[in-house]
Design a protein around this ligand. Structure first.
Ligand SMILES: Cc1cc2nc3c(=O)[nH]c(=O)nc-3n(C[C@H](O)[C@H](O)[C@H](O)COP(=O)(O)OP(=O)(O)OC[C@H]3O[C@@H](n4cnc5c(N)ncnc54)[C@H](O)[C@@H]3O)c2cc1C
Length: 396
């Protein structure tokens, strides 16, 4: 098998596959390296806002997304202590509303579309080293103990932000009391209205619920490490996910009601700590997309959108250059970094503020009181978080 490509992409989440398909559609030779076998489940609420449906079409998976995803989300709500409050979901261009599709389905559709577009897929295969050279980089990939090397002028880190690793684009391990850990499960036979997506706010954390594909209700949440320790003390013998779930049920009557009598499907998943923040989108001559470039607190459920869109925007910027020599890479890196900030910086800051408010000692109650008085603030929050902001009309 050929080991020389125009681009090597590390990670086949939505960011990596969007970049891969965008570049393959330009006629570039692309390799994508994914360490896990698909289908794989993932900690994620699975909601994708309506502004991405056009992009999913351009990536070749729009029809399957429409066929398989859960119902349209037309209303948002806040489930905290007290009565639930709700508001209409703001609409962007067109008539579509956002919907949720399991990551065990969506990521597989995108990777199949990449393969159909001509991308060479190395899976299951872990990238373990990147050596950057002037003309090309060498990426070492490992499977079952055997290492081989791929060569390309462009390297794209799309490996997410929650796992430690040996690459220069991986993040150092952290363990701080104010880190947030993420959990997720699917439930069957839940009672939430089909078109409603509640934001859940509880002491020390936040989360969300939404109907996904195959009548699965996705419940996902993040909790601060110190609040998790307290929740575990209150529920001795429970796992971290179960203890947080019990903590949420005690505090949020809306969640308790929606899940009374529901059945847990496939068990809990855990991940983290999550790494919210804005980071360089191009550094050390490595392009970064999705969570590697920046991450919003999942309180606004925009991570998949940011992953898909950043991969697509990068492909479009690289597409402006015929030959990817070091000058072209640097120029594409500068343009991509600017476009990235324009598209995503506001929602990352908004999500950080909302998360601070929701998880502060009286924040969830304050938020609930304010939104009860001004329910339209829920819709405004959804708009500011990017729910109506389309991907720029680049041609990749
Ligand atoms: C609790 C919670 C709820 C959330 N809910 C939502 C939501 O409802 N909507 C939303 O839009 N976002 C949500 N998010 C955020 C969303 O899940 C992420 O932002 C999104 O998955 C990022 O996509 P990505 O492609 O950057 O990375 P990932 O999806 O993490 O994909 C990275 C891929 O790289 C692979 N990989 C890692 N290291 C290597 C390596 N060395 N070699 C090869 N492969 C590697 C991994 O196996 C993985 O498949 C949520 C997050 C959390 C924590």
């Amino acid at each position: 098998m050929d080991t020389h490509f125009d681009a090597v992409i590390i990670g086949a989440g939505p960011a990596g596959t969007a970049a891969a398909i965008g570049l393959a559609q330009q006629g570039r030779s692309v390799a994508i390296v994914e360490r896990s076998e698909f289908p794989r489940r993932k900690v994620c609420g699975e909601f994708t806002s309506a502004t991405n449906v056009d992009l999913l079409d351009r990536l070749g998976v729009g029809a399957e997304f429409r066929r398989q995803a859960g119902p349209e989300v037309r209303r948002v709500a806040l489930f905290a202590a007290g009565e639930p409050v709700e508001a209409p979901m703001p609409q962007g261009r067109g008539t579509a509303f956002g919907r949720a599709l399991g990551r065990d389905v969506l990521d597989g559709l995108l990777l199949d579309a990449a393969s159909d577009a001509g991308v060479t897929v190395f899976q299951p295969c872990r990238a373990v080293d990147i050596v950057r050279g002037h003309a090309a980089a060498t990426v070492a990939i490992e499977t079952a103990g055997a290492v081989r090397q791929l060569h390309a002028p462009v390297v794209i880190a799309a490996h997410g932000s929650w796992e430690p690793g040996k690459l220069s684009s991986n993040f150092a391990r952290i363990n701080r009391p104010r880190d947030f850990l993420g959990f997720k499960a699917h439930f069957l036979k839940a009672k939430l209205p089909g078109d409603l997506m509640p934001l859940i706010a509880f002491p020390g954390g936040y989360g969300g619920m939404v109907w996904s594909d195959r009548d699965r209700l996705s419940l996902s949440f993040c909790i601060r490490r110190d609040a998790l320790a307290a929740a575990r003390q209150a529920s001795p013998g429970s796992s971290a996910a179960e203890a947080t779930f019990i903590h949420i049920l005690k505090f949020c009557p809306g969640v308790d009601e929606a899940l009374r009598g529901a059945e847990l499907a496939e068990g809990w998943l855990a991940a983290g700590p999550i790494r919210p923040g804005i980071r360089p989108a191009y550094a050390d001559d490595i392009f970064r997309v999705g969570n590697v470039a920046g991450e919003s607190h999942p309180i606004i459920a925009e991570g998949i959108a940011m992953a898909l869109q950043s991969g697509w925007i990068l492909a479009a910027q690289l597409g402006k250059f015929d030959h990817w020599d070091s000058n072209a890479r640097a120029a594409a890196g500068r343009a991509y970094s600017r476009a990235w900030r324009n598209q995503f910086a506001t929602r990352i800051r908004l999500a950080a503020g909302l998360s601070r408010l929701a998880t502060s000692s009286h924040g969830a109650s304050l938020m609930h009181r304010f939104i009860s008085q001004f329910p339209t603030s829920l819709a405004l929050g959804a708009r500011l978080s990017g729910k109506t902001k389309s991907v720029p009309e680049f041609t990749a």
